[in-house]
Design a protein around this ligand. Structure first.
Ligand code: GAL
Length: 882
């Protein structure tokens, strides 16, 4: 057996080398991609594919290799991304393919890793991205109407799509050139809004399809959520479940472009979580019922850096509850359980691709089997129990199988269950944000260990007041309420609207006599407005086209009324995006004056775009202009509105992801070493609507398993390592409402605890079923035992086993306790196997622990602590010790 294993390892190495070697810039031997009703056909072979959604600008190029590697290790064959037009063409005709927008580099890295790529060009992408990915200048093209039969739009769209296709071809990135690009996408979920455009919408779909195909990319194109996609385009499904989906022609395969494995959130929203048992169920059901390509939206969600997040009001984090978290760490058990389901599906691939369709067997009222057969004995089956409440024992090909509620069992040989979607064998990881070091100093940087809640040294912050109202020569005055984006062109979130209001003696007398105050009424606004009178902030409002009525107080004579209008991510979904705009709609009036309402709509309004500090780039590292008026911040000056703050800090040691805890702040934006890390806002989620425990059973929706009620939606903001220097990092914040910068801290995030709970009747590791010694018959099914695997992140080792019990332990990760049955050797065996190691594996069986209670099914529960340390090799204890 040792020999076989050695051979296997050698074989794996050879395969790895074959995949990663690039000949003349080719990542693969050139291959064709086509499809039939069953699957994509890659180089002549039907394939069952798993795809990992990663949006390149939501990470840094330095993070890409690791994200791609973790996707591959998790069982992905493909990486899928949108193309972000607004990032690539910020100014019409001026292209940007640098840094986070280095698309070619990203595609090449995917190719180098041996994965394929699905490029969704759009160029409308939705994606909770600012303006759905459209550059904001697109609104200004005369006569333009987006996403319909409209010549100016079609011209711009075609130009950009062609640019991207040509770029891929020039860089030899298509499959037939030996590159990784196997599939493209045109438009995005247009079917959802098509009706709004009548016949023109239908014509546009045909045009978009022909235009795309006409670019000669030589690989298939998809349209998602597009039931009327033409014959030459594959229509694909998006959703939480797509197992019932059928494309609009029996010549097209069943593709799932977006499997929503979590969800996004808004400022002041709760944090959605999709249970992995349900996710794996959806995935298994998809392949069970004829699906052949499935993409996780998102496999890694990442961060909306800068002002890239869409709206209304989407937060800076795009974590998405994805299997790889916002910082690039594995989210467990999500990642591990999906890795297992992928491995199980891969074992079925020969049968799945051999059969043109499945044989359907009804096993019970809510239980069913789909059987796929190939030549000879090739046979794989999926047994599903779609009952949300009860487990069910079914008979299948003469054997009996117990299926937990809402689950699928996968039988690659039509006999042995290798995996069930509801039984999680993967470890759970608990992450900690360590405030272990951040010193804010102007000189002699030094690493400090600071305690939670301990503030920065008080002399560490500088401050600068942002002017209220006009600050630059470029202000202008017109007698109208202009639409916000028409003025800012989205060069800033902020736009000042300033006017003067005359208040007479009679008005004042009228208010005093009747004990009333006047009100400011704005018919409709989005996203945020702050109201200032004579330089004083008197109120704020937020919403998505909501009416605002605020009592105001004026003095006699002229009063300055200033409205600071703010966008918090432009609309990214819906028809007629070009008309949505921002700021104010309708009339702005003052009510309750002696002589009736005062309509300000046609008063002279002075406009000032953006913030002075923003336009002076005072956050840039090379902006050392201390004449700007920075002063040392004192505690007495906190809190204060519309203020800039800056400090310097030293980098945190190690390689762990770094976050800033901005929980003490209000709303604003932050920059580190000139990099815009995003908007921040400490809006608190509703107190209710969270679930203590989350039941994976039954259909998921984004309200089902929420956490974080009553807490700010986001307090931690990712600062990618590559944006940090060892010392003297410049942190600049613009704060609108008045937070406390003295309480800001930097933290590192890491997996502090890993837990696992595996039963002795759990399945052996999925990969064992393709092990040569199993295939050769040397190893029998009975000899293959379940294995518990614990794994600390790279650079970490297991410092201690905090809990271990083989027997009948109770509880979950943080609450494990021993039950009536407990093997006394549990802790010492685990400690010996795991402590000081980066990972360890233990067979879950009596042969390792002895039998503490015969005739009882035992489980092994373990909780281990990970600490940062040079790692040593991994260790395996059990039957096939390496
Ligand atoms: C889909 C859309 C994606 C993304 C997703 C929600 O409808 O195609 O781009 O917005 O919803 O995260």
């Amino acid at each position: 057996m040792h020999n076989n294993l050695g051979l296997l390892i050698k074989l794996q190495w050879m395969m790895l080398i074959a995949l990663t070697v690039t000949v003349n810039g080719e990542y693969f031997k050139p291959f064709n991609v086509s499809y039939d009703h069953r699957a994509l056909i890659i180089d002549g072979q039907r394939r069952m594919l798993v795809s990992a959604g990663i949006h390149y600008p939501r990470a840094t190029p330095e993070m890409w290799p690791d994200l791609i590697a973790k996707s591959k290790e998790g069982g992905a064959d493909v990486v899928q991304t949108y193309v972000f037009w607004s990032g690539h063409e910020p100014v019409r005709g001026q292209y940007n393919f640098e840094g986070r927008y280095d698309l070619v580099k990203f595609v090449k890295l995917v190719g180098e890793s041996g994965l394929y790529l699905h490029l969704r060009i759009g160029p409308y992408v939705c994606a909770e991205w600012n303006f759905g990915g459209f550059p904001v200048w697109l609104r200004d093209i005369p006569g333009i109407v987006f996403r319909t039969e409209n010549a100016p739009f079609k011209q711009e769209m075609q130009r950009f799509v062609k640019k991207i296709v040509d770029l891929m071809r020039e860089e030899a990135l298509f499959s037939w050139q030996g590159g990784p690009v196997i599939m493209l996408q045109i438009e995005n979920e247009y079917g959802n809004i098509e009706d709004s455009y009548g016949q023109k919408g239908k014509d546009y779909v045909k045009w978009a399809a022909n235009m795309a195909v006409g670019l000669g990319a030589g690989v298939p194109w998809v349209m998602c959520q597009q039931t009327d996609a033409p014959e030459n385009i594959i229509d694909a499904c998006n959703g939480y479940y797509c197992d019932g989906f059928r494309p609009n022609s029996n010549k097209k395969p069943v593709l799932w472009t977006e499997n929503w494995d979590g969800w996004y959130t808004t400022w002041g929203g709760r944090l959605p979580h999709r249970p992995v048992e349900d996710l794996a169920f959806a995935v298994a059901r998809f392949y069970q019922r004829g699906g052949s390509f499935q993409n996780y939206y998102m496999f890694f969600g990442g961060t909306n850096f800068g002002r890239t997040s869409g709206g209304p009001n989407y937060v800076t984090s795009y974590d998405y509850d994805a299997p790889i978290d916002e910082y690039g760490l594995l989210s467990q058990p999500k990642w591990g359980h999906l890795k297992d389901v992928h491995a199980a599906i891969k074992l079925c691939e020969p049968a799945l691709v051999a059969a043109d369709s499945a044989q359907y067997i009804k096993l019970g009222s809510m239980q069913e089997a789909h059987v796929y057969r190939g030549n000879g004995s090739i046979c794989s089956a999926f047994l599903a129990n779609i009952d949300e409440h009860k487990a069910s024992t079914v008979q299948f090909l003469g054997q009996s199988y117990t299926l937990p509620p809402w689950s699928v069992s996968i039988l690659p040989d039509c006999k042995n269950t290798v995996f069930n979607t509801a039984k999680v064998g993967a470890q759970t990881s608990v992450k900690v944000a360590d405030i272990e070091a951040l010193s804010a100093k102007h000189s002699s940087p030094k690493l400090l260990m600071i305690q939670k809640e301990e503030p920065f040294m008080s002399e560490s912050w500088m401050t600068l007041k942002e002017p209220i109202g006009v600050w630059g020569d470029d202000n202008f005055t017109v007698q109208a309420i202009l639409e916000h984006l028409n003025v800012t062109k989205d060069r800033s979130d902020y736009l000042w609207y300033i006017t003067r209001v005359y208040v007479s003696d009679e008005d004042i007398a009228h208010w005093n006599e009747n004990a009333v105050s006047p009100s400011l009424k704005i018919d409709s606004m989005r996203d945020v407005v702050r109201i200032f009178i004579n330089g004083e902030l008197i109120g704020s409002a937020q919403g998505d086209w909501v009416q605002v009525v605020r009592q105001v107080q004026f003095k006699q004579g002229y009063n300055d009324l200033l409205l600071l209008s703010e966008t918090v991510g432009l609309q990214n979904y819906g028809a007629f995006l070009e008309k949505d705009g921002a700021g104010f709609k309708g009339q702005i009036t003052l009510t309750g004056f002696k002589n009736g309402d005062v309509n300000l709509t046609h008063s002279p309004w002075t406009y000032q775009i953006g913030l002075k500090g923003e336009f002076m780039k005072i956050y840039a590292t090379d902006n050392s202009d201390e004449n700007l008026g920075w002063t040392k911040l004192t505690k007495e000056e906190v809190p204060s509105i519309l203020s800039w703050y800056k400090t310097y800090f030293d980098s945190l040691g190690g390689k762990d992801p770094v976050v800033l805890d901005l929980g003490s702040m209000g709303k604003g934006q932050a920059w580190v070493n000139g990099h815009h890390i995003g908007r921040y806002w400490t809006l608190v989620a509703p107190k209710d609507g969270c679930q203590e425990t989350c039941d994976y059973r039954g259909s998921y929706n984004s309200e089902k398993c929420n956490t974080n009620c009553g807490k700010p939606t986001q307090t931690l903001y990712h600062v990618p390592r590559s944006w940090l220097k060892p010392s003297h990092n410049l942190l600049v914040l613009f704060e609108e409402t008045g937070g406390n910068p003295f309480k800001i801290s930097a933290k590192t995030v890491s997996v502090g605890t890993v837990c696992s709970h595996v039963s002795e009747d759990y399945y052996p590791p999925v990969h064992m079923w393709s092990h040569p010694s199993y295939i050769s018959g040397e190893l029998s099914t009975d000899q293959m035992k379940p294995v518990m695997e614990l794994h600390c992140d790279d650079g970490y080792t297991i410092a201690s086993i905090d809990f271990a019990s083989y027997g009948t332990p109770q509880g979950s990760c943080q609450t494990f306790s021993t039950g009536n049955c407990h093997a006394p050797t549990s802790s010492s065996i685990l400690s010996k196997a795991c402590e000081g190691k980066n990972s360890c594996k233990i067979e879950v069986s009596n042969s390792v622990f002895g039998d503490p209670c015969p005739r009882t099914v035992k489980t092994l529960a373990v909780k281990a602590r990970c600490i940062r340390q040079p790692s040593s090799t991994s260790r395996y204890i059990g039957l096939s010790e390496l």
